[in-house]
Write a protein that binds this ligand. Structure first.
Ligand code: 13P
Length: 287
């Protein structure tokens, strides 16, 4: 059964580790992440962007697929199904479709409008027992065609949004989605510490988990980060493994590639990436 991310993140914050959010795009990615979480006895969050939700056939299809896998693969570790960077409309659709966790990315609205829309969603999520993530200070890079500037969040705005009763807060601290440029100055731990000081015990979320050096990840966790999002690294691993398989030309004589065999190396590559991240984040054995 899907669970809200609240309890797993509270435990992570108290135990000084982070739960990984791994984005899903299809059945293979979902199965790879769930089986790895089960094998390592780690809680996990499946992230679904609006684009990925549409690609997979719609939010209800995603909920049906994930619930089916939880039951038929005997997944017993805590799993949250989380809308990633949801619009206001997308958030409402996912609440109705059966997601257990929602991110409302209101960072591009003026703060007053972000507050008003977040308040409405806090109320809806509270009634249904869902967790809600809010964002302050947009995360840089490009995701699903949305390009952020990689700001550092204003700690006072973070407090304003945290006080609305969200479960977790994504505060921009110079992190960006996708690969980090060579001249990236690193995470702003000054901003992170100032945000933490204002929001107290609220679990903080680090987006753009791909390519952040291990020592920075560990320091971020020590300063209150309890959820770390990873997408690009899975994508790179999946693409590279699939490319190698195709180049090796192991197709079935006269029938092209067996679709299950074609995606198997990518599936294994995602498992390996997720395992490495869970070990780095310290969530292994914490289910
Ligand atoms: P990366 O693609 O950089 O790992 O970021 C993922 C993310 O933050 C999803 O919200």
């Amino acid at each position: 059964m899907l669970v809200s991310a609240k309890e797993m993140l509270t435990k992570a914050r108290e135990g000084k580790y982070a739960v990984g959010q791994f984005n899903i795009n299809n059945l293979e990615w979902t199965k790879a992440i769930l089986l790895t979480a089960q094998e390592l006895s780690s809680p996990v969050i499946l992230g679904v962007s609006e684009g990925a939700g549409k690609y997979m056939g719609g939010y209800k299809t995603v909920v049906g697929m994930v619930n089916g896998l939880l039951e038929e693969l005997n997944i017993t570790v805590p799993v949250a199904l989380h809308l990633d960077h949801g619009s206001y409309e997308g958030a409402k659709k996912c609440i109705l479709a059966g997601f257990s966790s929602i991110m409302f990315d209101g960072s591009h609205y003026p703060i007053e409008e972000n507050v008003q829309k977040t308040t409405e969603l806090v109320n809806a999520c509270n009634i249904l027992g869902l967790s809600l993530e809010a964002e302050v200070g947009s995360i840089g890079g490009e995701e699903d065609g949305v390009v952020g500037m990689g700001e550092c969040a204003d700690p006072a705005e973070c407090k304003m949004i945290a006080d609305l009763g969200v479960t977790m807060l994504a505060a921009g601290i110079g992190n960006i989605h996708g690969k980090y440029p060579a001249n990236w100055p690193g995470l702003s731990f000054e901003t992170l510490a100032a945000v933490k000081e204002k929001v107290g015990d609220m679990p903080l979320v680090l987006h753009g988990g791909t390519g952040i050096p291990a020592d920075m990840i560990k320091k971020a966790i020590s300063l209150g980060v309890a959820k770390i999002n990873v997408n690009t690294e899975c994508q790179l691993a999946f693409a590279e493994a699939t490319r190698k398989y195709i180049e090796a030309g192991k197709d079935q004589q006269g029938k092209g590639f067996d679709p299950r065999k074609l995606l198997a190396p990518g599936f294994e590559a995602i498992r390996a990436t997720v395992k490495e991240k869970m070990e780095l984040f310290g969530s292994v054995g914490k289910a």
